[in-house]
Design a protein around this ligand. Structure first.
Ligand SMILES: Cc1cc2nc3c(=O)[nH]c(=O)nc-3n(C[C@H](O)[C@H](O)[C@H](O)COP(=O)(O)OP(=O)(O)OC[C@H]3O[C@@H](n4cnc5c(N)ncnc54)[C@H](O)[C@@H]3O)c2cc1C
Length: 451
């Protein structure tokens, strides 16, 4: 595994917990930075963490937000989402990484910090990674979770087509003299927009953009510039002070055409990048990892009925999700940047439609939160279900398939199951009236029982 960001940490931890030998190579020295890029964790990601026994610990580090306010008019109410976690959790990316790193370490992942991938080659039986410290690692599979400038992707010769979507966005983590309210706020004026999110510990993340101040990423940015942009967008800078981090960045929309090349896979930012609007990058990467880990584990443990088809299903399921996230986050940022009267009218219409048409709003929330995401294969998210003993997402903590049926009538493993697991968790519905049988994949999606 190359790259110990959130994606690589989750994947490595899953594989080690499945009893496999995993080496995780990370360019950085050991230790987690306290500066954070991502700060929002969506419901589906929390469900995935619940399936690993980590959700409660993460929720304890953050602030749940149920209302999302866009462009002053539209308030989306996440509290209606049909999930155990009907909110957006604001918490710094380093808290997610800290939990995942601890889990991966205790599962036995071999961390190689302070070195990086330089080259790789693969043949019919293995893949070899050459590292900057002169060592070479040989493995049956390799995953590039090494971020947007992925050396793995480059070594595979895969392009990363796309374009820059927005430049000269400013970011500051600050304290505010005026409380902006509990809402996560995005406000846009004609030439500027600003976004403010509370971390819950007195610090706020401010992101802003001003059409009249476009600069390269390396041009210095001070708090005055952030204040000015926020005033232009919001009418007030809310008395921001004491910035602990200020930065200027640009954002690209790019996606690798293939997530698999032979024995090598791409996941997370190595496979797709997009604007931070909607806060979906880390969330999408974590869900890539949850989709790939059980498939790789099944193949490496010799349990897959058709190993090649199972490994190919990673790309078939996750590439379309990446493409949708690129589209939706791009649409949000373009709405925020709307300049012409026509585009601003389109923004007003879009926010009005979302605000008044419940099915449209529900679809948008399902997509952003991840709980509405299903796969063309027919696999659908399974919500948490009460079982005769405990609940489904507790049963999933074994990292195995869970077969749920009526109490006292254990169903056989369906012939259409993609694996013949060494261990299958059998469970019974808490509701004695329920007679159906459901085979749940380790990532909490259904396996269609009719082939
Ligand atoms: C301003 C901003 C705000 C954001 N907000 C959100 C948000 O609210 N919600 C959200 O979900 N996402 C957000 N994102 C996106 C999110 O930060 C990324 O999507 C996420 O970090 C991707 O995780 P990853 O593990 O795939 O890659 P990364 O976090 O980039 O990790 C890759 C790792 O690989 C290592 N590495 C790189 N090259 C090599 C090499 N050759 N050899 C060894 N190691 C290597 C790197 O050091 C790094 O540790 C935001 C991004 C930005 C810029």
């Amino acid at each position: 595994m190359i790259g110990a960001g959130p994606t690589g940490l989750l994947l490595a931890g899953d594989l080690a917990a499945a009893g496999l030998r995993v080496t995780l190579v990370e360019r950085r020295p050991p230790g987690i930075s306290n500066l954070t890029r991502a700060f929002s964790v969506h419901a589906r990601t929390l469900e995935q963490l619940d399936a690993r026994g980590l959700a409660d610990d993460l929720v304890a580090t953050g602030t749940p937000v149920t209302d999302l306010r866009l462009f002053g008019r539209l308030a989306l109410d996440l509290s209606r989402l049909p999930t155990r976690y009907p909110y957006l959790l604001l918490t710094p990316q380093y808290e997610v990484e800290r939990l995942l790193e601890r889990r991966a370490s205790s599962a036995g992942v071999d961390f190689r910090y302070g070195t990086e991938l330089r080259a790789l080659r693969q043949d019919a039986g293995s893949v070899t990674a050459e590292l900057a410290d002169g060592t070479a690692l040989r493995a049956r599979h390799l995953v590039g979770a090494d971020g947007s400038r992925s050396a793995v992707r480059t070594a595979l010769g895969l392009p990363f087509p796309g374009a820059s979507v927005i430049r000269s966005m400013v970011l500051a983590d600050v304290r505010l003299a005026e409380e902006p309210g509990k809402l996560l706020t995005v406000t846009a004026s004609e030439d500027a927009f600003a976004f403010i999110a509370p971390f819950g510990d007195g610090w706020y993340r401010v992101m802003g953009w001003d059409r009249t101040r476009q600069a390269d990423d390396d041009e210095p940015v001070g708090l005055d510039e952030v204040r000015e942009i926020t005033r232009r967008a919001l009418g007030s800078d809310l008395g921001m002070h004491d910035a602990r981090w200020i930065s200027r960045f640009h954002s690209d929309e790019r996606q690798a055409p293939a997530y698999r090349s032979g024995r090598v896979f791409l996941a997370g930012d190595a496979a797709h990048v997009h604007s931070p609007a909607g806060g979906q990058g880390m969330n999408t990467g974590l869900q890539d990892a949850a989709n790939l880990s059980w498939k790789l584990a099944a193949v490496l443990r010799g349990e897959a009925r058709d190993p090649e088809a199972l490994l190919d299903s990673y790309q078939a399921e996750r590439h379309p999700v990446g493409a949708t996230v690129l589209r939706s986050s791009g649409a949000l940022v373009r709405l925020a940047m709307a300049r012409t009267p026509l585009r601003r009218a389109a923004r007003a219409l879009a926010t009005r439609l979302l605000g008044t048409l419940r099915p449209v709003a529900a679809r948008a929330m399902g997509q952003i939160s991840g709980i509405g995401i299903g796969y063309a294969s027919g696999a659908r998210r399974v919500p948490d279900e009460p079982l005769r003993e405990g609940r489904l997402y507790e049963a999933l903590r074994e990292g195995e398939f869970v077969l749920i049926g009526p109490a006292g009538a254990p169903a056989p493993l369906p012939a259409t199951a993609p694996v013949t697991p060494g261990r299958l968790i059998r469970a019974a519905w808490a509701d004695p009236a329920r007679r159906d049988t459901l085979l749940v994949r380790p990532d909490g999606y259904t396996t269609p029982l009719q082939g």
